[in-house]
Design a protein around this ligand. Structure first.
Ligand SMILES: Cc1cc2nc3c(=O)[nH]c(=O)nc-3n(C[C@H](O)[C@H](O)[C@H](O)COP(=O)(O)O)c2cc1C
Length: 242
């Protein structure tokens, strides 16, 4: 097997949060596109792909988004920005796509392995993501989960409040793949959660149930955009062998 660990290490080490970008050197559109294509390959919960990615690159839009991102220099000087959005409200569309994918994978619903897969996407997924009558459903789920978990392990975080967390985990992984790809392409990035989510949703014309995971600025980082050497806690403070 080919060992690419040295290359991967370089990419990981090179990725740092830059707070100032060179406004003269624009990032090529293809770099952003390739990096988003890679981001889309990220692992995600149940392969539901409850994500959307909004590229912002017009000068006036960067200005507006810069102000929504609290006028942070890493936002205002960005060459382009990508908004990583969670769309749990699109669960029905994604579920239908997954069922269609099962139809293409299995010859029939009785084929080996098909039954469980169809059951998962046709029954369990709607139970998790359909938030109509959430209050009543959550009350029932609580009793059900407590009962099922009495004697053996059972997945407990299936309440309506967990849906946004589930979606955010997957979208954050996509953001990380994106940033590592930007680093591999020779450019720099800055992830941000310092923004006015209400104004940002209005700017992107997003519905109430969408939520913003992160805004990522990209471009050519300037040396003064690095605020000091990288600091991390010692390995043994955060890694434990069980
Ligand atoms: C979810 C998330 C939100 C962040 N929000 C901001 C932000 O709003 N502004 C900022 O300057 N940096 C932000 N950062 C960058 C972190 O401060 C940075 O990743 C951290 O200090 C470690 O530095 P490094 O990325 O250079 O390794 C954010 C990072 C993450 C992962």
């Amino acid at each position: 097997m080919e060992n690419n660990s040295e290359i991967f290490n370089q990419i990981v080490e090179k990725r740092k949060s830059y707070r100032v970008f060179d406004s003269k050197n624009k990032i090529p559109d293809e770099v952003v596109k390739r990096s988003l294509e890679r981001a889309i390959l990220s692992p995600n919960s149940s392969n539901m792909q409850l994500w959307e990615f909004y590229i912002v690159k017009k000068e006036e839009d960067i200005k507006t988004l810069g102000s929504i991102c609290m006028n942070q220099s890493g936002a205002k000087t960005a060459s382009q920005m990508v908004v990583f959005v969670c769309r749990p409200d699109k669960w029905k569309h994604r579920q239908q796509a997954m069922v269609k994918n099962l139809d293409n994978t299995f010859k029939s619903k009785d084929a080996p392995g098909a039954k469980g897969a169809y059951q998962y996407y046709e029954q369990l997924i709607p139970m998790m993501y359909n938030t109509s009558f959430a209050f009543a459903k959550d009350a029932l789920k609580k009793v059900f989960v407590a009962y099922k978990g009495l004697k053996k392990p059972f997945v407990r975080d299936v309440m309506s409040k967990n849906i946004t967390i589930v979606a955010n985990k997957s979208v954050a992984l996509a953001a990380q793949t994106f940033m590592l790809s930007i680093s591999a392409e020779g450019y720099d990035s800055l992830p941000m959660e310092g923004f006015d989510s209400k104004r940002l949703k209005q700017f992107l014309n997003l519905p109430k149930k969408a939520s913003i995971c992160m805004v990522v600025s990209v471009g050519e980082g300037k040396p003064e955009g690095l605020y000091g050497p990288r600091f991390r806690l010692p390995y043994n403070d955060v890694v434990f062998e069980v």
